[in-house]
Structures are given as structure tokens and as C-alpha cells.
Design a protein around this ligand. Sequence first.
Ligand SMILES: CC(C)(COP(=O)(O)OP(=O)(O)OC[C@H]1O[C@@H](n2cnc3c(N)ncnc32)[C@H](O)[C@@H]1OP(=O)(O)O)[C@@H](O)C(=O)NCCC(=O)NCCS
Length: 177
Amino acid sequence: MPELQRLRADHAPALLAFERENRAWFARTISDRGDAYFADFPARHRALLTYQDEGTDHFHVLVADDATTILGRFNLMDISDGQAELGFRMAESATGRGLATEAARTVCHLAATAYALTSLRAQANLDNLASHTVLTRTGFTATEQTVLRNGTAGRRYVKELAGPEEGAAGAIGAAGL
Ligand SMILES: CC(C)(COP(=O)(O)OP(=O)(O)OC[C@H]1O[C@@H](n2cnc3c(N)ncnc32)[C@H](O)[C@@H]1OP(=O)(O)O)[C@@H](O)C(=O)NCCC(=O)NCCS
């Protein structure tokens, strides 16, 4: 079973490969990161680890059974006043197996327990039915419509967390937390 790991410096090569190999797949539903992201990847990765150390973000990668390949990213971002934004993306080859739902469930559990957050926000393109399914299955409620960064119509979601009493983690385990 794949494992959720807190982002580390040594994830950089596998994470860059994940982003490169799935760039066109992601661009079908979410904003393309742009060429500069790939050119500046090492500095960008170091910056993410700094944010994580400072506690403004918690980044996670979903690592395959081979203990190297990255299958997905599940991030809690812009933490303030006990709230964070959940963002996720899966490698195209790993979709359709329920992995995003299970990993998102585990991240929600971590948010409530390890990170002591009280609520999560998320947003998705109105057409992104896979994302909508993952969010509603993990306890998010759709709220108002919005305009996403790429200018398309989206929907906001919210999930209140129950603290240490938050429901069980997903079938995917977490390490390094
Ligand atoms: C959204 C995403 C993370 C889902 O990953 P996943 O591992 O396939 O998700 P799961 O398998 O846990 O659940 C997805 C569900 O949506 C369903 N689904 C997928 N595409 C669908 C579509 N076009 N219409 C309706 N349902 C769809 C799947 O069948 C599955 O439901 P099922 O278990 O009943 O079969 C993945 O598609 C992805 O990374 N997409 C690109 C980036 C992205 O959109 N990120 C989210 C931004 S908000």
C-alpha cells in the first residue's frame, strides 16, 4: 500500500519527475505551473521546506510501494487561525483506485490531530467531478461558487474538524509526522 510522507529534501528528484511526467494531465483540470516552476525547482523545493519548518504549511507526498515513486501530493497550505487550504493532485497512472480519497482522509485526520487545525478549505473547478467526489466523500461541504486562479468557474468547500475526536484516518498510513 502506498504511504503518505511529510515532504523532505530528498523527495526532490522524485517530486520533479512526478510534476514533469504529469504536467499535461494536470493542465487539463488545474493551472499549469509554468516553465519557471520547472527551471527553479530546487530553490522552490527548499522554500517549501522552509515554510513547513515555520508552520505555515504542511506538505505530503504519496509514495508508491517501491518507496521512491511519488504518486500524489496532499498539501495543507496557508495555515492561520487553525484553518488551512487542502490541495491535492495524483499521477494520472495512479487515479481511479480510490487512493486520493484515502489519502485525503488521512490528511484530514492529521490536520485535526497532529496539526491541531480546526477547519479546512478547498476549491475545485466546477467540471472537476473527480475532485468533487474526493472532497464530498471525505466530509467537505460545497459552499459558494468562485472564480479560480486560472479564471475558470469553481466551487469552494469547507470541512470542520473535530479535534482529537476526528474520525479515523484513511486506509493509507502516514510516516515521518
Ligand atoms: C482529482 C484526483 C486527485 C482524483 O484522484 P483519484 O485517485 O482518481 O480519486 P479517487 O479514485 O479516490 O476518487 C475519484 C472518484 O471520482 C470518480 N471520477 C473520476 N473522474 C470522473 C468524472 N469525469 N466524472 C464523474 N466521476 C469521476 C472516480 O470514478 C472515483 O469514484 P469511484 O470510486 O466511485 O469510481 C485526480 O483525478 C487528479 O489529480 N486530477 C488532476 C489534478 C486535480 O484535479 N486535482 C484536484 C484539484 S481541486
